[in-house]
Design a protein around this ligand. Structure first.
Ligand code: NAD
Length: 483
């Protein structure tokens, strides 16, 4: 769908079990496109966090007793409302974190898709009977909700990274306290408003923004009654939170950073490879965890692929994210832009060449950039870029490119392009990644049923599909002795 001029309603207070609550102080949310202030948002305190835990426990006592069908109905209404407010949610995202509004409206479909999926999935969920070893015994493997969940989410998918966690958790009978990213609290608060409109009981889903995530989070890590942490964000922060969760032995799911290789073999369909490269690279200005960070292209096609990708990049419309014709918006903040500039400068110093772009523009914008002649030792080949830069490396040998692709601490997404079926299997099996796109640069397009998750420093656990539900269920074996 295309964007509309709808001006979304702004919810700026914390959404708690008592409804909307003001924090003692506020923090400012700015538009990355214009640099202008958009809203003053409640800066929740650790005391408010502790209060949210207490009320979440009360809500859990009754929510866990509702039937799957009852929970499904409320989730389904939430899905309908998210879809009905697609243009407002899309406009909000564009405003607060700079995702082009047309793309942001697409995220609403993707994000709402998890709510629809889990509203259905929980009705199909079944427990197991265990084969008895004795005639007088019967066994059951039952699933029950984990309990109170603390969900810490990033700014780059301000809706979908919340619904991918909250929908399966609520479906399972858990209750959730979400701490949205300080750069994108408005989308989260709007989604919470719609949960309330859908009839979501008080305290089942609370959203508390804060500008001090460290202090705010402390009560959650100290409290053993918070049974699970689900985190999406950087590997650096994920490591810290994993350590902090150990004290109270929380269940943990971590969706962390990536450094995706995009491998184009000599026999690939180049039209498709270039189109898919565009999907994997320029979406959200390169600020996605599964964005293609390094392009390995076989020497027989590297020249053609490079010039076609450069032409594609040069034709992109860069501009204010709220405009319906924008394809590439700004970086989300100055530190992100600085990282992109530093990586490009480092690559150029070490011998890379600019095939298109190469420069930062006014404000937080950066030209979509394609670099040629990229070599080992350049920072861009090891650090997550999170920006609109495509470095191209030429290769000759299949095993050498597999080794290069795996030579990273990360293991989230990888892509490969070939027409050779045997090679597609061989290489996809050899890649140490949780997600592999074969001739596919957008493996998750409208696919809440697919498992999303990484290995190595990209995290643990899965979101999406039946696996995403299991993260919020505990298993209980009940053995009956018949007398
Ligand atoms: P970030 O790690 O800086 O922040 C993520 C969240 O953690 C934010 O809500 C932030 O407020 C909070 N946070 C930061 N420090 C904290 C602390 N000490 N205690 C408690 N909370 C803390 O990441 P970001 O910049 O918001 O997001 C970008 C990163 O997220 C990238 O590395 C990207 O690859 C990753 N990401 C991963 C996935 C995935 O599914 N694997 C999806 C989207 C983004």
């Amino acid at each position: 769908m295309t964007a509309t001029a709808t001006h979304p309603k702004l919810f700026t207070e914390a959404f708690t079990s008592s409804g909307w609550v003001k924090a003692p102080n506020t923090f400012t949310v700015y538009s990355p496109s214009t640099g202008k202030a958009i809203a003053e948002v409640s800066d929740c305190t650790p005391e408010m966090g502790q209060q949210a835990i207490e009320t979440a426990l009360e809500a859990f006592a009754s929510w866990r007793k509702t039937t799957a069908v009852e929970r499904s109905k409320i989730l389904r209404r939430w899905f309908d409302l998210l879809i009905a407010h697609q243009s407002e949610l899309g406009a909000l995202m564009a405003l607060e974190m700079g995702k082009p509004v047309t793309e942001a409206c697409g995220e609403v479909l993707y994000g709402a898709g998890f709510v629809e999926f889990y509203a259905e999935a929980i009705k199909h969920h079944t427990d197991d009977l265990i084969a008895p070893s004795f005639a007088h015994k019967r066994g059951m493997a039952r699933t029950q909700p984990v309990g109170v969940v603390y969900a810490v989410t990033p700014w780059n998918f301000p809706l979908a990274m919340i619904t991918r966690k909250v929908a399966p958790a609520l479906a399972a009978g858990c209750v959730v306290i979400n701490k949205p990213a300080e750069l994108s609290p408005l989308t989260a608060l709007f989604a919470a408003h719609l949960w309330q409109e859908a009839g979501g009981p008080a305290g089942t889903f609370q959203v508390l923004p804060t500008f001090d995530p460290v202090a705010f989070s402390a009560p959650f890590f100290a409290d053993e009654r918070v049974r699970k942490l689900t985190f999406t964000g950087s590997t650096e922060v994920g490591r810290i939170l994993y350590g902090q969760s150990a004290k109270t032995l929380k269940r943990v799911s971590l969706e962390l950073g990536g450094h995706a290789p995009f491998i184009v073999f000599g026999d690939a369909d180049l039209d498709n490879a270039v189109t898919q490269a565009g999907i994997a690279k320029w979406r959200n200005c390169g600020q996605t965890c599964i964005t293609a960070n390094r392009f390995y292209v076989h020497s027989s096609v590297v020249e053609e692929f490079s010039s076609r990708l450069a032409a594609q990049a040069a034709a992109l419309n860069v501009g204010d994210a709220s405009s319906a014709t924008t394809q590439v918006g700004p970086l989300v903040e100055a530190a992100g832009l600085e990282k992109v500039r530093a990586q490009v400068a480092d690559a150029l110093e070490k011998g890379a060449t600019i095939l298109t772009g190469g420069n930062a523009l006014e404000g937080l914008f950066h030209q979509p950039t394609v670099l040629g002649n990229v070599k080992a030792g350049m920072r861009i080949l090891t650090e997550e870029t999170f920006g609109p830069v495509a470095p191209i490396i030429s290769f000759d040998d299949e095993q050498a490119v597999i080794d290069a692709a795996n030579d990273t601490p990360f293991g989230l997404a990888a892509y490969l392009f070939t027409r050779d079926l045997s090679r597609a299997f061989r290489v996809s099996e050899a890649l140490e990644y949780g997600i592999v796109g074969v001739n596919d640069g957008g493996p998750f397009a409208l696919s809440p049923q697919a498992p999303f998750g990484g290995v190595k420093a990209s995290g643990m656990g899965s979101e999406g599909g039946r696996w995403g539900l299991e993260e919020y269920l505990t298993l209980k074996y009940v053995s009956f002795g018949l007398v």
